[in-house]
Design a protein around this ligand. Structure first.
Ligand code: GSH
Length: 248
């Protein structure tokens, strides 16, 4: 009897199914913060909304994810030849970039300055750094010159006849063929990652269509251009270069 009573009290509890514990994912959450006052004050870009080299400099800053103030220089009124601007850019051209106490000019040199001081769109490899510089010099010599001249003609900033137009067109095509060949071998202009060489070249090719230079014959260039436009921070000239000054 006693045994039976004792047994009656014992309830058989079904063993709990072992629940597999989900591994806790550790996510490094970066504190979302806006730019500090020092970061906001660091860069001021002097440029013009119609200027390709001004876009190149602004694009470099945007892709480096660095805020900047923008001062509009009125080229029509000769703002770039006034003494207060010439102290910033002795060549009397836009863009100029103030980085703290230092003023840098020439868009390719501005890109190199950004890559070195912000340590972005650069390479640790000395040979690749040399190649980046070479592409930036080549780009001004062979690519920018014909494309910007052709665009200037379409926009009425420069006048020249068909003979010269054909000459620039031929030069632009020859430069594009060189680029096409390179981009057939590599994802980016130099090495496996985008560098300021890509930014400099994009800053010119953005305006190819305006100069009636057709990129559709260069499939590797087209694919690279699309990939470039997907980079975080990418923005168009209209987004980056307002028609008036913008202080942050
Ligand atoms: N190589 C220079 C070219 C700059 C340039 O040509 N800027 C034009 C506007 S797109 C300019 O200021 N032109 C007026 C001039 O040369 O007098 C750079 O990359 O910064």
């Amino acid at each position: 009897m006693a045994k039976t009573a004792a047994r009656a009290k014992v309830k058989t509890v079904p063993a709990k199914k072992a629940v597999a514990k989900k591994p806790v994912k550790k996510v490094a959450v970066k504190a979302a913060r806006g730019p500090t006052p020092a970061e906001k004050q660091r860069f001021t870009l002097y440029g013009n909304a119609a200027s390709g080299p001004s876009y190149t400099a602004a694009l470099g800053l945007a892709l480096c994810r660095h805020p900047f103030s923008y001062i509009h220089i009125n080229l029509r009124d000769g703002g770039h030849k006034q003494p207060d601007y010439l102290v910033k850019n002795r060549f009397g051209q836009v863009p100029a970039l103030r980085d703290g106490q230092l003023i840098c000019v020439q868009s390719a040199a501005i890109l190199l300055h950004l890559s070195e001081t912000l340590d972005k769109f650069n390479s640790k490899n000395p040979l690749e750094r040399q190649r980046i510089r070479e592409w930036l010099f080549w780009q001004w010599d062979k690519l920018a010159l014909p494309i910007f001249r052709l665009r200037a003609r379409v926009r009425g900033f420069r006048q020249f006849g068909d003979e010269i137009r054909i000459m620039y067109d031929t030069e632009a095509k020859a430069a594009l063929a060189v680029l096409e060949q390179e981009l057939g071998k590599n994802d980016w202009v130099v090495g496996k990652k985008p560098t300021v060489a890509d930014i400099g070249i994009y800053g010119v090719l953005r305006y190819a269509a305006e100069g009636n230079v057709d990129l559709s014959h260069y499939p590797h260039v087209i694919a690279w251009k699309k990939k470039f436009e997907d980079l975080p921070g990418f923005a168009t000239p209209e987004e980056l270069l307002p028609l008036e000054s913008r202080l942050i």
